[in-house]
Ligand binder design. Structure first.
Ligand code: FE2
Length: 384
């Protein structure tokens, strides 16, 4: 099933198909299954060209389609859609064609259908059931890299939960940059900011390993190459690879403080995820660079920490931390992203609530610098 025209880039799994036209591989996969559930966002599915491709396949194979157009996943909405479709039984393949939200939704439903769950609240607890259904992920944005992670992000009462289980990794991944070419530049850019931040955060994460740092480096270098690219297909290709590697990187290292702060910014103020993450990135990069030994996360090797920043300087071709944060700001400028929180409808009074909700275990413990609410509040104040 290998692609003839494209050389497989290094580090892509054996069942990851990459390159323009890779979508065609899905037919060979689907024919081995009996009952298939396809997740999409109807409008995006049509716009990216997937609908035209899938029409004859849908006529020929037993495929049931579930569409979702929300930009995030409140558990209440997921439950509602699930209740309407609980009669669907014996699914043996789930195909998700869409951005991170659609892919995450399909992960939740793979748990639900595998275990015939009734009340989906159970996945918010400590005992997450395993997924027994084969998954095919086909991203149509270059953002979250969700196709390469074993977790899904959902919200309950505006609080963010990360649902994690190793069985949420797909059996097959199809990375077809052709699906990205119709994406408005604005969305392509906003989503790639997420991927770039994931690469950067993964590089400095306390939980990083040699392997995750290698993926993080590949994520950053591909995205930077995409930024410099003028031809759209080549840009899409580089961004898509970068996003995928950023997923592989954070699947090991997890993300850090900019991500932790981004969740309340998104759930309370509707700031798109990639932008929400990037807003605090320059300030947090500075904070994380200058760490006194006593403020360093236990378990993080100071020498490794120094090396991680040197790697970032090298990747971004800058001499020092000021150069690095300058580059982050340049990228936001290039993408016309407003850099102040007040531009997004926040009031000064909102900052303490954001700081309160940012302080999540796991994400904050993974930041190289130990962080308290006061520091978060101060950082938010500086970019207000
Ligand atoms: Fe992210």
């Amino acid at each position: 099933m290998g692609l003839k025209t494209q050389q497989q880039p290094l580090h892509l799994g054996k069942q990851t198909y990459f390159g323009e036209g890779a979508l065609r591989q899905v037919t060979g996969i689907i024919k081995n299954y009996r009952r298939i559930l396809l997740f999409n966002d109807q409008a995006a599915f049509k716009a990216c060209g997937a609908e035209e491709f899938f029409l004859p396949i849908i006529e020929k194979f037993p495929i049931h389609i579930l569409s979702y157009s929300g930009k995030a996943l409140p558990l209440e909405d997921i439950q509602q859609l699930y209740d309407k479709n609980k009669h669907i039984r014996n699914i043996d393949l789930i195909v998700a064609v869409g951005g991170g939200t659609v892919i995450d939704l399909s992960k939740i439903y793979s748990l639900a259908y595998s275990n015939r769950l009734i009340d989906l609240d159970i996945i918010l607890g400590d005992k997450i059931p395993e997924n027994k259904i084969d998954l095919v992920f086909i991203p149509t944005t270059a953002g979250t890299g969700s196709e390469a992670t074993s977790f899904a992000v959902v919200y309950k009462d505006k609080k963010k939960y990360s649902i994690l289980h190793p069985t949420l990794l797909p059996k097959y991944t199809i990375l077809d940059p052709g699906l990205l070419t119709s994406l408005p530049e604005e969305i392509l850019n906003a989503t790639v900011l997420d991927a770039l931040a994931q690469g950067i955060e993964s590089m400095w994460a306390a939980g990083g390993t040699a392997e995750s740092r290698e993926y993080a480096g590949m994520a950053i270098s591909n995205i930077l190459a995409g930024l410099a690219e003028t031809e759209r297909m080549k840009k899409s290709e580089a961004f898509q690879l970068g996003a995928h590697f950023s997923g592989k990187a954070i699947n090991i290292s997890k993300t850090t403080l900019p991500h932790a702060i981004s969740y309340p910014l998104t759930s309370h103020f509707g700031i798109p995820h990639g932008i929400a993450v990037f807003l605090t990135l320059p300030k947090i990069a500075e904070l994380n660079y200058h760490i006194a030994a006593t403020a360093m996360q236990p378990g993080l090797n100071p020498e490794q920490h120094r090396k991680n920043f040197l790697t970032l300087f090298k990747l971004f071709e800058v001499p020092d931390i000021a150069g690095l944060t300058g580059k982050f700001k340049n990228i936001m400028e290039k993408f016309n992203v407003k850099t102040r929180l007040r531009n997004y409808g926040l009031k000064k009074d909102d900052l303490s609530r954001i700081a309160e909700n940012s302080y999540t275990k796991g994400r904050s413990d993974n930041n190289p610098r130990k962080i308290d609410r006061k520091t978060i509040l101060q950082t938010l104040g500086e970019i207000f």
